[in-house]
Design a binder for this molecule. Structure first.
Ligand code: SF4
Length: 330
């Protein structure tokens, strides 16, 4: 049997080939490939096996950078998980009690997850298991993120501004009042069959009302460059495709609650983009072309971005710096 771990280490050190190991596609994968091919290599190839404490430091760092959320991802995920938990809890109760129960459960969920982050940042257990609470900015040593209590206060400030408008959203209020437990689903990732591979999609909280299926996502807006912003139109089109393929329904809504640190919020239905099929095909073909005829990938085939201003936003900048420094000789 092939020693995959040895392949990873050899690839990092000498640029030797990696096994391709099964292809799947997602909007986030497309986005990173366009952002920088080297970042894509780090995320989808080098980080594999980095969970092992005996792995090469570059693979370990890549694994950490792959799993740690940045601040905005943490805010988005925390709000989504807390709304989801509160909704599931509330719709099991009497209709007249639901709104109050939802509010209380939502606030408790946000407080619990924010406290877990503060403790996680203090204990730094995320350095050995990045699936535990932590932040990419703290790992990268960004000065605004070095004091756990201040990070916690910042989270609390964002949520306290986002909550009142969220709780006033007519669509959400109707769902709290009318949904039945069996009409709700929370799925981390939806898997869609596409040609010869799987397309992964994060559609958030999924509600079925009559013949309409709604996905609700939460998006904390930051200062990312355009190339790192999610393509919600594409995600909406893929969600429609998923609902047709797996749920056998034609009507979908893809709703996004956006919020930021400056109290700006919006709750919008995103129309499906027009050419999802073409975009998946073109994008996946570009990625698969990077795999050589022998089924392997080589780090040096994945170019560094030609726009160095992107690097300060890159989630994989520490691994990239290790690879480019004398720590790893090619
Ligand atoms: S730091 Fe820059 S060159 Fe390196 S992977 Fe990131 S974007 Fe690409």
């Amino acid at each position: 049997m092939r020693d995959f771990q040895a392949d990873v280490i050899r690839a990092a050190i000498t640029g030797k080939p990696l096994p391709e190991g099964g292809f799947s596609w997602s909007p986030a994968r497309m986005q990173l490939f366009r952002f920088c091919q080297r970042a894509y290599f780090i995320r989808y190839y080098l980080a594999q096996g980095g969970w092992n404490i005996h792995a090469h430091p570059a693979a370990r760092t890549a694994y950490l950078e792959k799993h740690l959320p940045d601040f905005n991802q943490f805010l988005s995920r925390t709000l989504e998980q807390s709304v989801s938990d509160a909704l599931f809890y509330a719709v099991r109760r009497e209709k007249k009690e639901r709104t109050d129960i939802f509010r209380r459960a939502l606030v408790q969920g946000l407080e619990r997850r924010t406290s877990a982050l503060i403790i996680g940042l203090e204990k730094q257990d995320y350095l050995t298991d990045p699936k535990l609470p932590g932040l990419l900015e703290t790992f990268h040593g960004e000065t605004d993120f070095l004091h756990p209590e201040k990070v916690g206060s910042r989270c609390a400030a964002v949520f306290s501004k986002a909550l009142p408008p969220l709780l006033e959203e007519k669509d959400l209020k109707e769902k709290i009042e009318n949904l039945e437990p069996l009409s709700l689903r929370k799925e981390e990732l939806l898997a869609l069959n596409w040609r010869s591979f799987i397309v992964w999609l994060h559609a958030g909280i999924i509600c079925t009302e009559g013949d309409t299926v709604t996905g609700i996502r939460f998006h904390a807006m930051g200062k990312q460059p355009e190339s790192l912003l999610p393509d919600h139109g594409l995600e909406s089109a893929l969600f429609r495709e998923y609902v047709r393929q797996k749920m056998h329904r034609e009507k979908t809504k893809f709703n996004i609650f956006s919020f930021d640190e400056a109290e700006k919020t919006a709750y919008n239905t995103v129309e499906p983009g027009p050419v999802a099929a073409d975009r998946v095909d073109v994008s996946s073909t570009g990625m698969l072309r990077m795999v050589r005829d022998n089924g392997e990938v080589y780090m040096n085939d994945f170019a560094l971005t030609t726009e160095p201003e992107k690097c300060s936003f890159c989630p994989f900048r520490q691994t990239c710096a290790m690879i480019r420094s004398n720590e790893i000789q090619s």
